[in-house]
Design a protein. Sequence first.
Length: 411
Amino acid sequence: MSFFRRHRIYLDYASAPPVLHEAVAAMREAERLVGNPGAIHTEGVAAKKSLEDSRARIAALLGCKARELIFTSGLTESNNLAVIGYARKLEFLRSVLKGAQGRTLENTHWILSSIEHDSVLEAFSEVERLGGTVSHVGPDERGIVLPETIERALRSETVFVSVGWANNEIGTIQLLAKIARVLREYEKKNGIQIALHADAGQGPLYLPTLVHSLGVDMLSVGSNKLYGPHGIGALYLGNRVKLAPVVVGGKQERGLRAGTENVALAAGFAAAFEIVARERDAEAKRLQKLRDELARELVAHLPKVVVNGDLKHTLPHMLNVSIPKSASWRTSEYLTLALDHAGIAVSTKSACREGEESRSHVVEALGPAGSAEPAGWRAENTLRFSLGRETTAADVQRVVSVLSDVVKKVF
């Protein structure tokens, strides 16, 4: 059964893939449990058992212990808990050690890549508000944040580094394990501890997600990026790191996330994650073939198109391109609407930035594309194609045909 009407071609899986039927079935089954998982009566115990079963299944896929997994409302909250929760814990520890005058993050240094999702960027803005010093580290022209770039930014006051595993706009896969080794070596030389956090985003869809192999202390995961239900995510929290809660009002989730846990959403999350993990290798190969064909055809039919990022180091289902603008059109928005009118759904950038400024901060960080176009055109005129389970070779050909016709007629 198709997720979408046959006359529509959906190429915005990076924003919101459809929920798998198996995940829906798992949620419906779990919804029959009427108890609060925090209650000690029979119904509560049954709900708690279901919740912990889902936690254990997700933890197994991440290669961690169930107790190291904190359920949240999604990737945004997981990122906030990791960054702001760490900052608040440091504040608390300093206040204990130095008294009331110690309630500050002064003399702490934080590093993040400049191409992070807004939920990470804004969390670091809060760290700055609280008194921390933040350094933004840029990628190379491929979109890769090099370990040596991180190393050069390190200081004796550095306490936290955040680098997204796979970028949500261009799909570039970062060298997390190598970054982790750089941090651990620096820790040993300087006698300090530096927490490493990564927003996993869509990485678990197509990459083996074993947290200890990645070397991270914290990893944010979202169900809605894995064909699971919206409204639930998780944060892997290693034993080196302590956090303070960001959402308060209860002692759920090891006291780090107040609020009654959603047993049904957890069941759907676990069911979806298991299926995508099982089909990961085969689906990655299939989609990479289609994605590469889409890239070749677009370049062949639209010679001025620029591919953003490096397809050799990118998630297999994502393609981000820039098309030079003409006249006064905001090219990416116009093309997105024109494609939508033709029955094709794509996006210009992260869904969290749609409707805001037209420029992509991720593509802008890649630098100039060697075009004669005015500076900034590349970041202002991006289209993001993200393929998924329903995408076919015929869809790719249809997209190339429609987009080529629109560009030739209008531009």
